[in-house]
Design a protein around this ligand. Sequence first.
Ligand code: FEO
Length: 403
Amino acid sequence: MHNTRELLPGIHWVGGNDRRLNRFENLFPLENGVAYNAYVILDMKTALIDTVDNAISDQFMENVKHVLNGRALDYLVINHMEPDHCGNIVAMIKEYPNLILVGNTKTFQFFDQFYGLDISGRTLLVKDQDRLNLGSHTLKFTTAAMVHWPEVMVTYEETQKILFSADAFGTFGAHSGGLFADETDYLNDYLSETRRYYANIIGKFGPQVQVLMKKLSQDEVKLIAPLHGPLYRGDDLGFIVNKYEQWSTYRPEVNSVLIVYATMYNNTTQAAELLASKLAQQGIKGIKLMDVNATDVSYLIAEVWKYRHIVIATPTYNTDIAVKMHTFLHDLVALNAQNRSVSLITNFSWAGKPAEIVKGYLDQLKNITLIGETVALKSTVKAENDSALSDLASAIVSHLNQP
Ligand code: FEO
C-alpha cells in the first residue's frame, strides 16, 4: 500500500522508513531505524528528487507510482549519489524509459562507478546555480561539495521556496507519523539524533557547510526538506539553521562539562565523579559523564559538539591507554573537532604515560586549550588527588565563567 503525503500543492513526500536497520552505514547504532525522504513535484513536467535505499524499494516504487497516477516521470534530480539515496535510480530508469537524470559531472562519474550502466542521452548535466523549469516550478541547483560527499548538491524550488537539502539537516530515526519537526516532540525525540547525525556524518566538513550556508543565504526558504528525518518549516527553520551555524563553526551549545572516562575497577570513575560533584557545587549545570567502554563513540562525538569543556579521564592499559579511548580520540581528530577546552585525569598502577598519549591526539586538533593541571592517580584516589581535583574544578569554573 502506498504511504505518501502532499506537503504543499504539487509537492509530495514519497519516502519511507527502515525500522529494522540497526546500524547506519553498517556503523552507527540506530535506536529507532532511519527515514529516507524523497519527493515528487507534479507540474507540466514531473520530477523526483532523489530515491531511497534498496531496503525500502517496494514501498518507494508504490509511492512514486501512486503520486504520478499514470503520468510519466520526466526528471530524476540526483542530489546525492550515496547508495542510501541512489539505490533505486536504476529501477526508475527501467520503469520510465524517457526519464532524464539530472546531476553534475561527479554525480555521473559516481553513477558509472556504482552501476556501470550506459545512460548516454538520458542525462542533464548541471552546474552550480543552473536552473530547470518544470512549468510553474523552477529548480535551482547549488553544489555542496563534501556535505557529505564531493558530488552533493542541493536543490532550491523557487516558487514555493523549498530547499531539498540532501544530507544537510538530516536526522537519524524513522518518522513516527509526523514528517515535519513541528508534528513531533522534536526536542525530546529528535534533536540529539540530529546532532549525532551532524557531528558524525558532516561534522568533519564544517567549512564546507559554511560555504553552503553562505550560498543559500540569498534565498528565502520556507521549507527545508532533507533526505533523512524531520522536515523544517515555520519557527523551526531559524532553530535548525542556528544549530547548523553553531555546529559548523565548532561553537559549543552549552557552557558546561562533558567527562569522558574509561575505567577498569571504578577508581578512575571515582575521580570523574568527584570532579563532577565539585563542579556542580560551584554552579556548573548539566554536567555529563560518559563511559567510553559502554557507549558507542558516535554518541561521545555528538556530545563533544555540544559541550564547551571536555574532561578526558583514562587509566593505562597494557602500558597504553584504554583501547576505546584511542577510538574516541582518533575520531576527534578524524572528524576535525576543534575549539574546545580540555582537562585530563590519568591513572596507572605500574607504568605508562597516559597524559602524553592523550596530548598526542589533542596536538592534532585546532584551537584546544588545556585547563588546569593533569590529575594523576596511582591506582586509587588519595587525599592529594582529591585536593588536585578541587584545584582542577576551580580552574575549569574560572574558565567557564569567562566569555
Ligand atoms: Fe544519507 Fe551521505 O547519505
